[in-house]
Design a protein around this ligand. Structure first.
Ligand code: C5P
Length: 226
């Protein structure tokens, strides 16, 4: 027996992180951001100067690295991400890591290693897990499955806001749209567990909705189901 699992999947910038974190806080569950794990491995690959198509070296790295996610109580401050003892919370959000992460996340050995870790963290349940393959692959028996979407324009606008809030240099909106569309395409066409709505997931289109409105919808739905 285990506690419930809530799976939240969707494309880049659909608001998964904010919403998943709020849902976890409201329901007293642990929040798991699986994207930050793929980003951390990508950072390590770049930092060690490994070529992104060197699947052997990357497989070795992914299966031997130690990733730690330490949530903070304050919903405004980010979950701290550590890999092999280095705090990479900020560096995994750079354009450089973001532009390479999908190529790394498409590699079978990388997914195997990270999914194994995620499943071991989820053994007892009690999670709101967020990513691309949570409802389809990582936790196919999750009690609640949500697929969050939004138009590319809306998602690019949200990313731009994120950059502003973090005082990062401004990024051009069209460039953001192109990057997001490219990452969507890579994530949904890859061979291993592509981004896909699980057959039993409910889809929420979030254009024009605030994060707290989406959270409220999901919390209501969970309370009906659990
Ligand atoms: O969610 P986030 O934008 O941080 O994810 C970064 C990248 O990690 C995604 O574009 C995708 O390539 C990969 N990812 C994945 N499976 C997950 C979560 C993220 O392949 N469960």
């Amino acid at each position: 027996d285990r506690l419930p699992i809530i799976a939240i999947d969707g494309p880049a910038g659909a608001g998964k992180s904010t919403v998943a974190r709020q849902v976890a806080a409201k329901l007293g569950l642990v929040y798991l951001d699986t994207g930050s794990m793929y980003r951390a491995v990508t950072w390590l690959v770049l930092q060690q100067g490994i070529a992104i198509d060197d699947e052997c070296a990357i497989a070795e790295l992914a299966s031997s690295c130690e990733i730690q996610l330490t949530p903070s109580q304050d919903l405004q401050s980010p979950v701290q991400v550590w890999i092999n003892g280095t705090n990479v919370t900020q560096v995994i959000r750079t354009v450089e890591v973001t532009s390479k992460v999908s190529a790394i996340a498409a590699q079978t050995a990388v997914r195997k290693a990270l999914v194994k870790q995620q499943q071991s963290w989820g053994k007892r349940g009690g999670l709101v897990a967020e990513g691309r393959d949570i409802g389809t692959h990582v936790f196919p028996d999750a009690e609640v499955k949500i697929f969050l979407t939004a138009s590319v324009t809306e998602r690019a606008r949200r990313r731009q806001e994120d950059f502003k809030k973090q005082n990062l240099p401004e990024v051009n909106l069209e460039q953001l749209e192109r990057d997001i569309a490219e990452r969507d395409w890579k994530d949904s066409t890859r061979k291993v567990s592509p981004l896909q709505k699980a057959a039993d997931a409910i889809e929420i289109q979030t254009d024009g909705l605030s994060a707290s409105e989406v959270t409220a919808k999901i919390v209501d739905y969970c309370q009906e189901r659990l």
